[in-house]
Ligand binder design. Structure first.
Ligand SMILES: Cc1cc2nc3c(=O)[nH]c(=O)nc-3n(C[C@H](O)[C@H](O)[C@H](O)COP(=O)(O)OP(=O)(O)OC[C@H]3O[C@@H](n4cnc5c(N)ncnc54)[C@H](O)[C@@H]3O)c2cc1C
Length: 424
């Protein structure tokens, strides 16, 4: 990377248009897009090098369309993104021979299916792209502090040396830690429906690489997202009361062994008998976060997970982050008014979008991440209902097309009430 990355760091105290704090998917794409469009940008990322910390690695077709608009789609391609074309939904209540498969390539013209990719590699490539566009990329930025205001101030340390920046605007993109949000007075309400764990593996040579799998059995909701060449990201969602099940030295072994599933007979074997972990196993509360104050204030806007997120089970956090980036950056690029009032369209669109995503995540979590005989019976009936009436599957469209393109009826209490009344 060029600019002030690593030991070549140099301080800039004036003439900076935008400081982006956090270099994940949201921050790095913002730095790349703004710098490609002529802005003077400094991006501060706390990691020295991008590490595999287990984040989203499956991006919906509508998120890929956002990446295209931002001009960062090559980071996915070069970073090893793999198109997944089909989705098979397994379940303990269904004979494996009858598990349905959906063609995912037909939903967003010009994009194709969702992509599965190594997250940290793609972030690194986006940061490199930002640096190549002229942005100053500071890796290993520590103790970043933002003071909001019409003339915001950003301080940080790098290699023990203190720095101060006085940009026109700050984008806070530090993820779920919400560091910048807390500094500008934004608190988050949270809710946790279940827990999840994930690990990247190789060795799945017998797994059909263009097919992703999801399903529920016993007290596990499992997912397999192939990444090509025998690699895949494996996830299991499980009950909160059992949140320590994968802790300890044997946790990873237990996690892989849990793919020995009756509902996934042959393919399950190709996971539990062959998977070789190539990254850490991470376990997390599948948390939804709701900001309690405005996410835009004088001189600062929050984007990505730092601005609030839907339950991970929905798999739309990456798409949302790129949508945030595009919306906020287009306002910055569109004129000189960078006051909070200019960001009203962002706030309105995000409120609408997150309402739909939280609503959809609630339905998915209730259907697939609740366990026991009653929940299994609910899933069995839901499958029958959905097979009979395609409209009952409307929530699943959130994984493919942008929330505003999903029919309105899917977000009514009436729809949810009917869906669950028919299935209990
Ligand atoms: C386990 C898991 C699985 C997921 N699966 C999916 C999925 O399949 N599909 C999907 O779409 N979404 C998924 N998500 C959600 C998705 O990963 C997030 O929505 C997305 O990564 C948010 O991007 P972000 O850039 O806002 O935040 P992050 O990815 O958290 O990036 C924040 C960046 O800021 C840096 N940072 C933090 N604090 C500071 C600081 N003080 N100073 C400087 N830098 C800082 C961090 O090092 C990091 O690089 C998943 C999330 C998790 C946790």
């Amino acid at each position: 990377m060029s600019g002030a990355c690593g030991p070549n760091h140099r301080s800039q105290t004036s003439g900076v248009d935008v400081v982006v704090v956090g270099g994940g998917i949201a921050g790095a794409s913002a730095a790349a897009y703004l710098s490609a469009n002529g802005m003077s940008v400094v991006m501060l990322e706390k990691q020295e090098h991008y590490a595999d910390i287990v984040r989203g690695e499956w991006i919906a077709p509508w998120g890929l369309r956002e990446a295209q608009v931002l001009g960062v789609e090559d980071a996915f391609g070069v970073g090893g993104a793999w198109e997944i074309r089909e989705w098979t939904q397994w379940d303990e209540t269904v004979d494996p021979a009858e598990a349905e498969t959906v063609d995912m390539t037909r939903f967003v013209p010009g994009v194709g299916g969702p992509m599965s990719f190594p997250h940290h590699t793609v972030c690194e490539l986006m940061a490199e792209q930002a640096a190549a566009n002229g942005a100053t990329v500071v890796m290993g930025a520590q103790r970043t502090h933002v003071t909001k205001g019409v003339a915001p101030v950003v301080t940080y340390t790098k290699d023990g040396e203190a720095h101060e920046l006085r940009p026109r605007f700050v984008i806070g993109a530090t993820g779920r830690g919400c560091t910048i949000g807390r500094q500008i007075g934004v608190s988050m309400a949270t809710s946790v429906h279940h827990w999840g764990g994930g690990v990247r593996v190789s060795g799945l040579d017998d797994w059909p690489m263009d097919v992703q799998a999801m399903g529920t059995e016993d007290d596990k909701m499992f997912m397999v997202f192939p990444q090509g060449d025998g690699h895949a990201r494996l996830y299991i969602n499980f009950p909160t009361e059992n949140k320590d099940r994968y802790r300890g030295q044997e946790g990873l072994t237990r996690f892989i062994a849990d793919f020995e599933l009756a509902s996934l007979p042959d393919r399950g074997k190709s996971v539990y008998a062959a998977a070789v972990p190539v990254g850490p196993l991470k376990v997390w509360p599948s948390v939804a976060m709701f900001p309690e104050q405005p996410i835009v204030t004088d001189g600062v806007a929050l984007v990505g997970d730092e601005a609030g997120n839907a339950d991970t089970v929905l798999g739309t956090g990456l798409s949302c982050s790129l949508r945030d980036t595009r919306t906020v950056c287009d306002i910055l690029l569109g004129g000189d008014d960078w006051s909070p009032a200019a960001f009203e369209p962002y706030l309105d669109e995000r409120r609408f979008r997150m309402h739909r995503l939280h609503f959809g995540a609630g339905i998915i979590a209730k259907l697939h991440c609740e366990f026991g005989p009653d929940a299994a019976e609910r899933r069995r009936k839901a499958r029958v209902l959905m097979a009979d009436n395609f409209a009952a599957q409307v929530t699943g469209l959130l994984n493919m097309v942008p929330p505003e393109e999903v029919p309105d009826f899917g977000f009514s209490e009436f729809f949810a009430e009917r869906l669950f009344r028919e299935t209990v």
